[in-house]
Design a protein around this ligand. Structure first.
Ligand SMILES: Nc1ncnc2c1ncn2[C@@H]1O[C@H](COP(=O)(O)OP(=O)(O)OP(=O)(O)O)[C@@H](O)[C@H]1O
Ligand SMILES: [Mg+2]
Length: 252
Protein backbone atom coordinates (compact mmCIF):
# COMPACT_ATOMS: atom_id res chain seq x y z
CA UNK A 1 0.00 0.00 0.00
CA UNK A 2 1.00 3.58 -0.41
CA UNK A 3 2.66 5.08 2.69
CA UNK A 4 1.22 8.37 1.57
CA UNK A 5 -2.28 7.83 2.86
CA UNK A 6 -4.58 6.51 5.49
CA UNK A 7 -6.38 3.68 3.73
CA UNK A 8 -9.91 2.59 4.64
CA UNK A 9 -10.70 -0.83 3.21
CA UNK A 10 -14.19 -2.36 3.12
CA UNK A 11 -15.26 -0.72 6.39
CA UNK A 12 -18.61 -1.96 7.63
CA UNK A 13 -20.70 -0.90 10.59
CA UNK A 14 -24.23 -1.78 11.58
CA UNK A 15 -26.43 -0.81 14.49
CA UNK A 16 -28.91 -3.65 15.02
CA UNK A 17 -30.65 -4.18 11.70
CA UNK A 18 -29.42 -0.87 10.28
CA UNK A 19 -26.41 -1.20 7.99
CA UNK A 20 -24.77 2.20 8.12
CA UNK A 21 -21.40 1.55 6.45
CA UNK A 22 -21.61 -1.18 3.81
CA UNK A 23 -18.02 -1.39 2.66
CA UNK A 24 -16.31 1.98 2.63
CA UNK A 25 -13.09 2.19 0.60
CA UNK A 26 -11.22 5.45 0.79
CA UNK A 27 -7.65 6.74 0.65
CA UNK A 28 -7.01 9.85 2.71
CA UNK A 29 -3.77 11.42 1.44
CA UNK A 30 -1.22 12.48 4.05
CA UNK A 31 -0.45 16.19 4.13
CA UNK A 32 -3.65 17.23 2.38
CA UNK A 33 -7.26 18.25 3.06
CA UNK A 34 -9.84 15.63 2.18
CA UNK A 35 -13.51 16.60 2.39
CA UNK A 36 -16.20 13.95 2.80
CA UNK A 37 -19.65 15.01 1.67
CA UNK A 38 -22.94 13.16 1.87
CA UNK A 39 -26.50 13.43 3.08
CA UNK A 40 -27.50 13.68 6.68
CA UNK A 41 -27.61 10.26 8.31
CA UNK A 42 -25.34 8.48 5.80
CA UNK A 43 -22.72 7.66 8.42
CA UNK A 44 -20.17 10.44 8.09
CA UNK A 45 -19.83 11.00 11.84
CA UNK A 46 -19.75 7.24 12.41
CA UNK A 47 -16.91 6.99 9.89
CA UNK A 48 -14.90 9.64 11.76
CA UNK A 49 -15.49 7.96 15.10
CA UNK A 50 -14.30 4.62 13.72
CA UNK A 51 -11.26 6.22 12.14
CA UNK A 52 -10.34 7.84 15.41
CA UNK A 53 -10.80 4.64 17.37
CA UNK A 54 -13.80 5.96 19.35
CA UNK A 55 -16.01 3.26 17.83
CA UNK A 56 -15.16 -0.15 16.41
CA UNK A 57 -15.96 -1.30 12.87
CA UNK A 58 -17.67 -4.67 12.37
CA UNK A 59 -15.55 -5.48 9.30
CA UNK A 60 -12.73 -3.98 7.28
CA UNK A 61 -9.38 -2.36 7.82
CA UNK A 62 -7.94 1.03 8.62
CA UNK A 63 -4.32 1.15 7.54
CA UNK A 64 -2.14 3.88 9.02
CA UNK A 65 1.53 3.70 8.07
CA UNK A 66 0.91 0.10 7.04
CA UNK A 67 -0.59 -1.02 10.38
CA UNK A 68 -4.20 -2.18 10.54
CA UNK A 69 -5.53 -0.35 13.59
CA UNK A 70 -8.85 -2.22 13.61
CA UNK A 71 -6.89 -5.16 15.03
CA UNK A 72 -5.40 -3.10 17.84
CA UNK A 73 -6.23 -3.71 21.48
CA UNK A 74 -7.40 -0.87 23.72
CA UNK A 75 -3.90 0.20 24.79
CA UNK A 76 -2.53 0.41 21.26
CA UNK A 77 -5.70 2.11 20.12
CA UNK A 78 -5.23 4.78 22.75
CA UNK A 79 -1.81 5.54 21.28
CA UNK A 80 -3.36 5.88 17.83
CA UNK A 81 -6.06 8.16 19.22
CA UNK A 82 -3.36 10.42 20.59
CA UNK A 83 -2.22 11.08 17.02
CA UNK A 84 -5.64 12.51 16.15
CA UNK A 85 -7.34 15.78 16.96
CA UNK A 86 -11.08 16.10 16.48
CA UNK A 87 -13.35 19.09 16.11
CA UNK A 88 -16.70 17.56 17.06
CA UNK A 89 -19.92 18.33 15.20
CA UNK A 90 -21.33 20.40 18.04
CA UNK A 91 -17.94 21.65 19.29
CA UNK A 92 -18.37 19.64 22.53
CA UNK A 93 -16.71 22.26 24.71
CA UNK A 94 -17.21 22.37 28.47
CA UNK A 95 -19.69 25.20 28.97
CA UNK A 96 -18.74 25.84 32.55
CA UNK A 97 -15.02 26.22 31.86
CA UNK A 98 -13.11 29.10 30.40
CA UNK A 99 -11.85 28.95 26.84
CA UNK A 100 -8.31 28.67 28.21
CA UNK A 101 -9.21 25.70 30.41
CA UNK A 102 -11.04 23.99 27.56
CA UNK A 103 -7.94 24.16 25.40
CA UNK A 104 -5.71 23.21 28.34
CA UNK A 105 -7.84 20.16 29.09
CA UNK A 106 -6.21 17.65 26.69
CA UNK A 107 -2.76 18.78 27.84
CA UNK A 108 -3.66 18.33 31.51
CA UNK A 109 -5.12 14.90 30.71
CA UNK A 110 -2.23 13.55 28.68
CA UNK A 111 0.94 15.55 29.24
CA UNK A 112 2.73 16.54 32.40
CA UNK A 113 3.72 20.12 31.83
CA UNK A 114 4.73 22.93 34.12
CA UNK A 115 2.05 25.59 34.34
CA UNK A 116 4.16 28.07 32.38
CA UNK A 117 4.79 25.68 29.54
CA UNK A 118 1.14 24.69 29.52
CA UNK A 119 0.08 28.34 29.29
CA UNK A 120 2.50 28.90 26.41
CA UNK A 121 1.07 25.91 24.50
CA UNK A 122 -2.53 26.97 25.13
CA UNK A 123 -1.88 30.57 24.17
CA UNK A 124 -0.11 29.51 20.98
CA UNK A 125 -3.13 27.39 20.03
CA UNK A 126 -5.50 30.24 20.90
CA UNK A 127 -3.38 32.67 18.89
CA UNK A 128 -3.55 30.40 15.85
CA UNK A 129 -7.36 30.79 15.84
CA UNK A 130 -7.42 34.46 16.81
CA UNK A 131 -8.77 33.90 20.33
CA UNK A 132 -5.82 34.76 22.50
CA UNK A 133 -7.63 37.73 24.01
CA UNK A 134 -10.71 35.67 24.83
CA UNK A 135 -9.09 32.89 26.83
CA UNK A 136 -10.57 34.12 30.11
CA UNK A 137 -14.17 34.00 28.85
CA UNK A 138 -16.51 31.15 29.65
CA UNK A 139 -17.68 29.15 26.66
CA UNK A 140 -21.29 30.27 27.09
CA UNK A 141 -20.09 33.85 26.54
CA UNK A 142 -18.79 33.05 23.04
CA UNK A 143 -20.50 33.41 19.68
CA UNK A 144 -21.01 30.27 17.58
CA UNK A 145 -18.02 31.03 15.40
CA UNK A 146 -15.78 31.67 18.39
CA UNK A 147 -16.84 28.30 19.81
CA UNK A 148 -15.81 26.60 16.59
CA UNK A 149 -12.48 28.35 16.75
CA UNK A 150 -12.01 27.33 20.39
CA UNK A 151 -12.81 23.74 19.38
CA UNK A 152 -10.16 23.92 16.65
CA UNK A 153 -7.62 25.27 19.17
CA UNK A 154 -8.41 22.40 21.54
CA UNK A 155 -8.02 19.87 18.71
CA UNK A 156 -4.69 21.41 17.69
CA UNK A 157 -3.08 21.93 21.07
CA UNK A 158 -1.44 18.51 21.26
CA UNK A 159 -0.06 18.92 17.72
CA UNK A 160 -1.86 15.99 16.13
CA UNK A 161 -0.79 14.43 12.84
CA UNK A 162 -4.40 13.98 11.78
CA UNK A 163 -7.06 16.61 12.29
CA UNK A 164 -10.70 15.63 11.84
CA UNK A 165 -13.45 18.22 11.53
CA UNK A 166 -17.09 17.12 11.76
CA UNK A 167 -19.18 19.76 9.99
CA UNK A 168 -17.17 22.69 11.28
CA UNK A 169 -19.31 25.39 9.69
CA UNK A 170 -22.86 24.13 10.14
CA UNK A 171 -24.98 26.85 11.73
CA UNK A 172 -22.53 29.69 11.09
CA UNK A 173 -23.24 32.80 9.04
CA UNK A 174 -21.62 33.00 5.58
CA UNK A 175 -18.81 35.28 6.68
CA UNK A 176 -18.00 33.19 9.74
CA UNK A 177 -18.16 30.12 7.50
CA UNK A 178 -15.58 31.68 5.20
CA UNK A 179 -13.42 32.47 8.26
CA UNK A 180 -13.56 28.89 9.52
CA UNK A 181 -12.79 27.56 6.01
CA UNK A 182 -9.83 29.91 5.87
CA UNK A 183 -8.77 28.66 9.29
CA UNK A 184 -8.89 25.03 8.13
CA UNK A 185 -6.83 25.92 5.06
CA UNK A 186 -4.31 28.09 6.93
CA UNK A 187 -3.94 25.50 9.71
CA UNK A 188 -3.22 22.89 7.06
CA UNK A 189 -0.75 25.10 5.21
CA UNK A 190 1.12 26.18 8.33
CA UNK A 191 1.43 22.71 9.89
CA UNK A 192 3.94 20.55 8.00
CA UNK A 193 2.76 16.99 7.49
CA UNK A 194 -0.73 17.60 8.87
CA UNK A 195 -3.53 15.56 7.35
CA UNK A 196 -7.02 17.05 7.56
CA UNK A 197 -10.29 15.25 7.03
CA UNK A 198 -13.36 17.46 6.94
CA UNK A 199 -17.00 16.39 6.90
CA UNK A 200 -19.13 18.99 5.20
CA UNK A 201 -22.56 19.68 3.77
CA UNK A 202 -21.41 22.96 2.38
CA UNK A 203 -20.58 22.78 -1.31
CA UNK A 204 -18.95 26.21 -1.52
CA UNK A 205 -16.66 25.35 1.40
CA UNK A 206 -15.87 21.98 -0.12
CA UNK A 207 -14.81 23.53 -3.39
CA UNK A 208 -12.81 26.19 -1.56
CA UNK A 209 -10.73 24.01 0.73
CA UNK A 210 -10.61 20.45 -0.62
CA UNK A 211 -7.52 18.89 -2.13
CA UNK A 212 -9.63 15.77 -2.46
CA UNK A 213 -13.39 15.18 -2.21
CA UNK A 214 -15.21 11.92 -1.50
CA UNK A 215 -18.96 11.42 -1.42
CA UNK A 216 -20.49 8.87 0.93
CA UNK A 217 -23.88 7.55 -0.14
CA UNK A 218 -25.87 4.55 1.08
CA UNK A 219 -22.94 3.24 3.04
CA UNK A 220 -20.26 3.48 0.36
CA UNK A 221 -17.99 5.98 -1.34
CA UNK A 222 -19.61 6.73 -4.71
CA UNK A 223 -17.25 9.50 -5.82
CA UNK A 224 -13.57 10.38 -5.27
CA UNK A 225 -11.71 13.15 -7.01
CA UNK A 226 -10.57 16.75 -6.91
CA UNK A 227 -12.92 19.69 -6.39
CA UNK A 228 -12.73 20.25 -10.14
CA UNK A 229 -13.65 16.61 -10.84
CA UNK A 230 -16.63 17.11 -8.53
CA UNK A 231 -17.87 20.07 -10.54
CA UNK A 232 -17.46 18.19 -13.82
CA UNK A 233 -18.77 14.76 -12.82
CA UNK A 234 -21.70 13.27 -14.71
CA UNK A 235 -22.52 10.81 -11.90
CA UNK A 236 -26.25 11.47 -11.49
CA UNK A 237 -26.49 11.12 -7.68
CA UNK A 238 -23.37 13.22 -7.13
CA UNK A 239 -24.64 15.95 -9.45
CA UNK A 240 -27.99 16.00 -7.70
CA UNK A 241 -26.28 16.44 -4.33
CA UNK A 242 -23.86 19.08 -5.57
CA UNK A 243 -26.63 21.08 -7.22
CA UNK A 244 -29.12 20.51 -4.39
CA UNK A 245 -31.87 19.36 -6.77
CA UNK A 246 -35.03 17.45 -5.82
CA UNK A 247 -35.19 15.46 -9.05
CA UNK A 248 -32.69 12.68 -9.52
CA UNK A 249 -31.84 9.25 -8.19
CA UNK A 250 -31.68 10.35 -4.53
CA UNK A 251 -35.05 10.43 -2.74
CA UNK A 252 -35.97 11.31 0.80
N1 LIG B 1 -24.31 4.83 18.64
C1 LIG B 1 -25.27 4.63 17.73
N2 LIG B 1 -26.25 3.71 17.95
C2 LIG B 1 -27.21 3.48 17.03
N3 LIG B 1 -27.29 4.12 15.86
C3 LIG B 1 -26.36 5.04 15.58
C4 LIG B 1 -25.31 5.35 16.51
N4 LIG B 1 -24.51 6.29 15.96
C5 LIG B 1 -25.07 6.58 14.76
N5 LIG B 1 -26.16 5.83 14.53
C6 LIG B 1 -27.00 5.85 13.31
O1 LIG B 1 -26.15 5.76 12.18
C7 LIG B 1 -26.64 6.57 11.12
C8 LIG B 1 -25.53 7.51 10.66
O2 LIG B 1 -25.29 8.48 11.69
P1 LIG B 1 -24.20 9.62 11.53
O3 LIG B 1 -24.24 10.42 12.77
O4 LIG B 1 -22.90 9.01 11.14
O5 LIG B 1 -24.78 10.46 10.30
P2 LIG B 1 -24.12 11.70 9.56
O6 LIG B 1 -23.83 11.28 8.15
O7 LIG B 1 -22.99 12.21 10.37
O8 LIG B 1 -25.34 12.73 9.55
P3 LIG B 1 -25.34 14.35 9.77
O9 LIG B 1 -24.89 14.93 8.46
O10 LIG B 1 -26.79 14.64 10.04
O11 LIG B 1 -24.44 14.66 10.91
C9 LIG B 1 -27.88 7.27 11.65
O12 LIG B 1 -29.02 6.58 11.22
C10 LIG B 1 -27.73 7.18 13.15
O13 LIG B 1 -28.97 7.12 13.81
MG1 LIG C 1 -22.69 13.89 11.50
Amino acid sequence: MSEGCIRLVNLQKRFGAQEVLRGVNLDVPIGKITVVIGRSGTGKSVLLKILMGLMRADEGQILIGGANITRFGDRELLKVRNRFGMVFQHSALFDSMSVFENVAFPLREHERLRERELAARVNAALASVGLVEHGHKDVHQLSGGMRKRAAVARALVRKPEFLLYDEPTTGLDPIMTAHVDELIRSTQDSTPGLTSLVISHDMAATLRIADKVAMLHEGAVIFEGTAEDLQNTDHAAVRQFVEGRLDGPIHL
